[in-house]
Ligand binder design. Structure first.
Ligand code: BGC
Length: 776
């Protein structure tokens, strides 16, 4: 920062004119902050995304403040994965998307992605990467589900923190987004996410809170949508009360692109940087400053935070070009360690090439794989592994591998088309079908309107299975799809959007070079109607009520005793694991205690493999309604055949608490907790019980409208009542007892009940005052 480099951010702000302040907190063009040359303040470059760097040479290197910026930006967001979307985007590594990385449940892998993304950012001069996105996968229909990790805040927070720490350790800033409740793309800038406070605290904000506590991202990106009627970028409770005051966050809040509707309100609420540059918003802010309608103190805070960010982002040294080939290998490995084996009847997988003569591969997904979703997160892949090529690399003289393209499924000719496919498959040992969700309405800016696959797929898969073929289905999809043929096929692999190394990763799993070790990070429903909150989705009249409250994802299926297609946490391996001898280091838990949980995990099968072990807690007799079980910790353990390891977890107070909105506090209140370890949310292998020494309840505020039972359940209030009846009205001890007996079963308020029996001998005010005194 030149001759002013000795000044700290607060001092620099004092040297800025109003115009310069507005410049500084309004970005420059689509992807930069503004430079203020007189003070030596440099501009920094930022870009998307969360699983690959999208560097558009025309947008970043062409002139600043381009009038076409809005059109260019909208084109980017609305692009479909099939369009020729990478015109001027530099090749980079397209890693597995959030939907697949989430299935790794592996913080070390997430850190490897972060480290590689940092290297690519530095080689392109990008100082701030606009990710990771960790919105809760509330519905599989969500257009951006593919970018996000999970329906559970523990996975969201843990993976995000690992990725953020890896990037920031190398001097590249991150943006934890989209804060908060951007869970659907329909009317995404106008539809209010109406969420009760418990669900906000326990689900939607919890992942952000965890990631921030563990990694302190340099920026947090506020979301497009309103929350409970207030735009996220203008939400003072969210951005100031919760984020800064309660969580102690000191970094910068950046708006999502063009998310701010009222810049003055957004500054007052705590949104610092308005991106991208918008001439109209800048004009309005400057006018408000001049007329005294903008909060100057908050404006200076925003300037200071932008300056702090610019400083942090300017320390990293640009690095040498990245070895994209090494990153390609990493992309393959991460996909291989994340893909989920959903079904494997009679151990049909892995395939042994030496025992097979002919495999038929069906579907364009084998030659033109869908490796990523659509929208602003897309990456121009440096190279793409085509599944058919990777599969063929394993075939030899004795194993033939044929490919059939996705058929055109013309109306009226479906039967003939399927008959032709069956004929082509005659004599094949195994059929591998590459299946994808129907492409309509998908990606950023649009939710799916169905869980269905491409029309030809269900019919073809069912016909192949009916003809007694061994059928393996490989699924590429943003989130869950319907699988009406599930019972009839032999194996199903969920590859989600596996990134550029997906073709090789899928092949390694099919041929057993990789033992599958991913597990689902979101529940798969049987039917679209089973999706939690389905009856109030996607909202109307600009309000989307999150009707399932805290019962999001598996919490809902458990509560409703609904059988999912595949439960949260499910994933198979080519080996087996046994869970043994669970023990706790204590018998009860109170306010400040921690509890160590230990058990032995054994690989009881014949192959090396990794197991994701999951720890859930199940509250017994909590004071408020709580999910049957909730994930609190997880780890991934690598074991050789017959090897056993001790797995330990440490649980602390917050892991047992729920949020009580009546008190505005996290409280510990249950009779006991079952500590469960298992292989999925529906496959609990070991359980132990821990008694609870609950927080004491603060005396409930009582009034004349409180029922007699409520009053009598509080010993001091009961005393007050007896005094009023006995001392004040002069009833004897027996008479008082009889009156109390008479009123105790009433469901009316104490005043209405007493005045019924004793006329108006006791005034409402007297009761009110006596009860109020209890809270003095
Ligand atoms: C997306 C953000 C993204 C930004 C910049 C917005 O439309 O919601 O996730 O970082 O564009 O591309």
């Amino acid at each position: 920062m030149g001759e002013h480099s000795e000044l700290n951010s607060a001092e620099l702000v004092e040297h800025l004119s109003d115009e310069e302040k507005v410049d500084l907190i309004s970005g420059r063009g689509l992807w930069k902050t503004a430079a203020i040359e007189k003070l030596g303040i440099v501009s920094i470059v930022m870009t998307d995304g969360t699983y690959g760097v999208r560097y558009s040479t025309t947008q970043i290197e062409a002139g600043d403040s381009d009038e076409n910026d809005l059109a260019a930006f909208q084109a980017l967001v609305n692009q479909q994965a099939d369009d020729n979307m990478f015109g001027s985007t530099r090749p980079a590594t397209c890693f597995p998307n959030g939907n697949l990385l989430g299935c790794s449940w592996d913080v070390e892998l997430a850190a490897r992605v972060g480290d590689a993304l940092a290297a690519e950012c530095l080689s392109m001069g990008v100082r701030l990467l606009l990710g990771p996105g960790i919105n809760t996968r509330r519905t599989p229909l969500a257009g951006r589900a593919y970018e996000y990790y999970s329906e559970d805040p523990v996975i969201n927070g843990e993976l995000a923190a690992a990725l953020i720490n890896a990037l920031q350790d190398r001097g590249v800033g991150t943006s934890l987004k989209h804060f908060a409740c951007n869970n659907s793309e329909l009317d995404r800038t106008t539809m209010s996410s109406d969420v009760d406070e418990r669900a906000l605290r326990e689900i939607y904000l919890a992942g952000f809170e965890r990631a921030i506590a563990k990694s302190n991202p340099w920026t947090v990106m506020s979301a497009y949508n309103p929350i409970n009627g207030v735009q996220a970028s203008e939400h003072a409770w969210l951005l100031t009360d919760v984020l800064r005051r309660q969580w102690g966050y000191e970094g910068l809040v950046v708006s999502d692109w063009h998310a701010i509707k009222d810049r003055v309100a957004s500054i007052a609420a705590g949104c610092d940087l308005d991106m991208p540059e918008s001439a109209p918003r800048k004009r309005r802010l400057l006018a408000a400053l001049k007329s005294g309608h903008a909060d100057r103190a908050r404006l200076d805070d925003a300037c200071r935070r932008v300056l702090n960010l610019v400083r942090k982002c300017s320390t990293a040294q640009p690095s040498a070009p990245v070895d994209l080939e090494t990153h390609h290998q990493l992309a393959r490995r991460i996909a291989a360690e994340s893909i989920v084996l959903l079904k494997n009847r009679d151990d049909v997988l892995p395939l042994d090439p030496a025992r097979l003569n002919r495999i038929v591969v069906i579907g364009d997904g084998a030659i033109h794989p869908q490796i990523q979703g659509s929208g602003s997160a897309t990456t121009n892949p440096y190279r793409v592994d085509l599944p058919i090529e990777r599969l063929r690399a394993r075939s030899g003289a004795s194993l033939r591998m044929d490919h059939i393209r996705s058929p055109a499924f013309a109306q009226g000719q479906e039967n003939e088309t399927v008959a032709n496919i069956l004929a082509d498959c005659a004599g094949a040992d195994t059929i591998i079908v590459f299946a994808e969700n129907a492409k309509s309405r998908n990606g950023e800016g649009n939710d799916r309107d169905s869980l269905e696959l491409e029309p030809w797929q269900n019919t073809t898969i069912a016909a192949l299975a009916a003809a007694n073929h061994a059928v393996i289905v490989v699924l590429s999809m943003p989130d869950a799809v319907a699988m009406p043929w599930l019972r009839d096929v032999d194996a199903v692999l969920a590859a989600f959007y596996p990134g550029q190394g997906g073709g090789e990763a899928i092949t390694q799993i099919i041929f057993g070079e990789q033992n599958p070790c991913g597990k689902l990070s979101a529940t798969m429903p049987v039917r679209i109607e089973d999706i939690p909150g389905w009856h109030s989705y996607p909202g109307e009249n600009r309000h989307h009520v999150y009707s399932e409250g805290i019962f999001v994802g598996y919490r809902f299926y458990d509560r409703k005793k609904l059988e999912p297609l595949f439960p949260f946490g499910h994933g198979l391996s080519y080996t087996q694991f046994s869970y043994e001898t669970l023990s706790l280091d204590r018998q009860d838990i109170g306010a400040d205690d921690v509890c160590e949980v230990a058990f032995t995990l054994r690989n009881s099968g014949a192959r090396q493999g990794k197991e994701i072990v999951q720890l859930y807690i199940r509250p017994i007799e909590p004071d408020l309604a709580r999910p049957l079980r909730e994930l609190k910790a997880f780890t991934k353990v690598d074991l050789k055949p017959e090897e056993a390891k001790t797995v330990t977890f440490t649980l602390s107070r917050r892991d047992f608490c729920h949020y009580d909105p009546a008190e505005g506090l996290w409280v510990l209140r249950a009779k006991a907790f079952a500590i469960e370890v298992g292989a999925s949310s529906r496959d609990i292998r070991q359980t132990a019980e821990l008694y609870c020494r609950p927080d004491t309840r603060p005396a409930r505020k009582l009034s004349p409208a409180s029922t007699p039972a409520e009053v009598l359940s509080d010993p001091s209030a009961e005393r007050v009542l007896r005094n009023l009846i006995g001392d004040k009205l002069g009833f004897s001890a027996e008479e008082t007892e009889a009156i109390i007996e008479k009123i105790s079963g009433s469901f009316l308020g104490i005043y209405d009940t007493i005045s019924w029996y004793l006329d108006d001998k006791l005034q409402e005010e007297e009761i009110a005052d006596a009860l109020a005194n209890l809270h003095q």
